[in-house]
Design a binder for this molecule. Structure first.
Ligand code: HEM
Length: 373
């Protein structure tokens, strides 16, 4: 995985947490939630402004790292203009609009003496929209949305923002003449439920990548369906991961499962399942196999089986989304359960001439680094 993509994800979450904190501190300030006894006050205007500024800095780093990432190859236009992205266009647009809106709100803060307090205040309510757009953007665009830690970040942030907003609307503090606003509170509660429902029905389910990319339900205008395999050019990538051995079961069948990360390719997740009778000297005489290739979010985009295995050399054809890929490569064991290797991906199925119909017979040495011959 490229460092730019790692930076994009890390800075995205940092920006998101900072936007959340800025909103939370703003709500606490408006509730006069500050200690008058201790110094510095627990939550004060500077803290609110500082987190906002930092959120801006990390959003800029996020946008920049997304742009320079060599894998997604965004043009400057795609990064700056909403709805022009080839990757998850609607969800990316939400992030871009959130960033512009956030910037506009900061600028109106500087212009407060000019535009007057009432207008500044009205515009400042748009912060809720910035936070909502950032949440939808992270959920819909992110590749980490389905991880436990990402769900925890989105859940905790939403609980803090929605909870405090409800308190602010129903129990406004510090201003005796300000009435509770049950209508707005109901709207905020409904919006929170709608976002939670959307997350559960969309980004948290397998297959979201295809939905987010080809426009079904995402409103996207540019489609990158799985059929793009037909225009994919061959490429090489490196493999790294681990292997787990199960069995033998009652029929003497042992299963080896390889979980592999594909580094430097369009698809970054691969699994290889080999089943067979254990050989006396170690390894497995194959009786069945399964291969998947995809992304972290959607690991089963392509499925197939091995056509050939010879030592650590393998050939597999996988298909999905209307296209096929031929995978050739080599695997070798590192230590007890580590695996390293190389992978070549070619569009189409180049099965002919590779022992088709000859059945699967190969041994995968489990103790001698079988891929190194
Ligand atoms: C307030 C502004 C923004 C916030 C808080 C924010 C936050 C996030 C978060 C939390 C993620 C999820 C990362 C992951 O799951 O790994 C994400 C992903 C992403 N964001 Fe943003 N973002 C913002 C603005 C932008 C802008 C302006 C762009 C365009 C340049 C952008 C492009 C992307 C892309 C392409 C991804 C997908 C990265 C991935 O799959 O890991 N974001 N963002």
């Amino acid at each position: 995985m490229e460092w730019q993509w790692l930076l994009a994800r890390a800075s995205g979450f940092t920006a998101y947490v900072l936007v959340t904190l800025a909103v939370v501190f703003g709500l606490l300030l408006s509730q006069r939630w500050q200690s008058r006894r201790v110094w510095p006050r627990l939550v004060n205007d500077q803290l609110h402004q500082y987190t906002t500024l930092l959120a801006g800095v990390f959003t800029a780093i996020h946008g920049l790292s997304v742009w320079i990432d060599p894998f997604t190859t965004f043009t400057l236009k795609e990064v700056l203009l909403p709805f022009t992205s080839h990757y998850r266009p609607l969800w990316m647009a939400f992030g871009i609009i959130a960033a512009y809106l956030g910037l506009a709100i900061v600028v109106t803060g500087w212009l407060r003496p000019k535009i007057g307090y009432p207008w500044w205040r009205r515009l400042h309510y748009l912060t809720f929209l910035v936070w909502l757009l950032a949440t939808l953007h992270g959920l819909g665009d992110g590749s980490d949305t389905r991880t436990i830690w990402a769900i925890a970040i989105y859940g905790a942030s939403s609980a803090a923002v929605v909870g405090l907003t409800l308190v602010r609307l129903m129990l406004p503090a510090g201003r005796p003449r300000v009435a509770a606003r049950p209508g707005w509170a109901a709207l905020a509660g409904l919006a929170a439920l709608a976002v939670a429902g959307f997350a559960a029905a969309g980004p948290l389910r397998p297959g979201w990548n295809a939905i987010a990319n080809n426009g079904h339900g995402s409103g996207g205008t540019f489609s990158v369906p799985a059929t793009t395999v037909s225009v994919l050019t061959p490429y090489s990538a490196s493999l790294a991961g681990s292997v787990a051995e199960q069995g033998p079961n009652g029929q003497g069948v042992t299963t080896l499962t390889f979980h592999l990360q594909v580094q430097g390719g369009q698809y970054n997740a691969m699994t290889l399942v080999l089943q067979g009778q254990a050989l006396p000297g170690g390894g497995v005489a194959l009786t069945g196999s399964g291969v998947t290739l995809g992304t972290t979010n959607d690991p089963g985009m392509f499925r197939g089986s091995l056509s050939r295995l010879n030592g650590g050399d393998f050939l597999a054809v996988v298909s999905g989304g209307g296209g096929s890929l031929t995978l050739t490569g080599q695997l070798g064991l590192v230590g007890q359960s580590g695996v390293q290797g190389v992978l070549e991906v070619q569009p189409g199925s180049a099965q002919g001439g590779f022992g088709q119909g000859g059945g699967l017979n190969g041994g995968f040495g489990s103790d001698d680094g079988g891929g190194d011959q």
